[in-house]
Design a protein around this ligand. Structure first.
Ligand SMILES: *[C@@H]1O[C@H](CO)[C@@H](O)[C@H](O)[C@H]1NC(C)=O
Length: 268
């Protein structure tokens, strides 16, 4: 009896003109992917005296925005521009300040002429904070962004945590392989927070990742920590795209972020 009513219901559903395939989440992940190469489409603009990379979604809508906080190589690095453009393609206006004020780290960090410690000291957190505060203000007032998510890689990742603290203007955040983030900063996170972690990371090390897990587990916020096997610090931006594992990890970390913002900013 049950069996036959099941078949009948199935047939009705199948024949009904209203029948549709099972609804998907409606989010944009099914239709987007991260661009690894090509010509960036965003533009550098001056915002409060800071060069800022801005990339618009196809419909030019600015209700939902992503604050893009780059790694030490900043926007001279084409992968940062392409990643920002990829988030724009997912339906967000993307705004990335050059918080190194024209002095990103050189491509070759191991160059003996580059003094990493001195460079870092020229870009302390309080100085970077001011620039990010102004960028958020610009997004809200000039661009009219209603909800802001932040993505941050390496150097920029720490600032996702700093600005996800209460009343700092962010509604959600994603970071891959954050650098120098402290436990105090993680404890202060008060909005939905997602992390893409590298298996072999000399900065966001395995013990640090475990500490982060402990801290976020005690918080009552939505959070996610995904570990990408066979990856090193930087994989979310600068992986080796001929290596299948690294290519997969970069693509998936991008989708992790898009899905996170679709859920926590757009509610889809
Ligand atoms: C990139 O990955 C491929 C495949 O694993 C490998 O053969 C190649 O040596 C790698 N390139 C670099 C620069 O590490």
């Amino acid at each position: 009896m049950r069996f036959w009513s099941f078949i009948a219901l199935g047939a009705v559903a199948y024949a009904s003109p209203q029948s549709k395939p099972a609804p998907s989440c409606g989010c944009s992940v099914a239709n987007v992917h991260v661009e690894h190469e090509g010509k960036p489409v965003g533009q550098m603009n001056e915002v409060n005296g800071i060069q800022t990379y801005i990339s618009y979604p196809a419909d030019k809508k600015t209700d939902y925005g992503i604050l893009y906080l780059p790694d030490a190589f900043g926007f001279p690095l084409v992968q940062n521009r392409l990643l920002a453009d990829s988030f724009a393609k997912a339906g967000y206006v993307v705004v990335g300040p050059d918080f190194f004020e024209g002095e990103p780290a050189p491509h070759d960090l191991a160059n003996p002429n580059f003094d990493y410690t001195a460079w870092l000291a020229r870009h302390p957190a309080d100085k970077v904070d001011k620039i990010i505060e102004n960028t958020i203000k610009y997004m809200k007032t000039t661009l009219g962004v209603k909800k802001i998510g932040a993505v941050g890689y390496c150097f920029g990742g720490r600032f996702v945590a700093r600005f996800l603290a209460k009343d700092k203007g962010l509604d959600a955040g994603f970071t891959a392989h954050p650098s120098l983030v402290t436990n105090e900063e993680l404890q202060a996170v008060s909005g939905p927070f997602s992390i893409g972690a590298a298996e072999n990371d000399i900065i966001f090390t395995t013990p640090k990742r475990h500490e982060a897990e402990g801290i976020l587990s005690k918080s009552n916020i939505p959070f996610q920590i995904s570990l990408y096997g066979s990856t090193a610090h930087g994989f979310g931006v600068r992986g080796n795209m001929t290596n299948k594992r690294e290519k997969y990890a970069k693509e998936e970390a991008y989708l992790q972020a898009v899905r996170w913002f679709d859920t926590w900013l757009k509610d889809i």
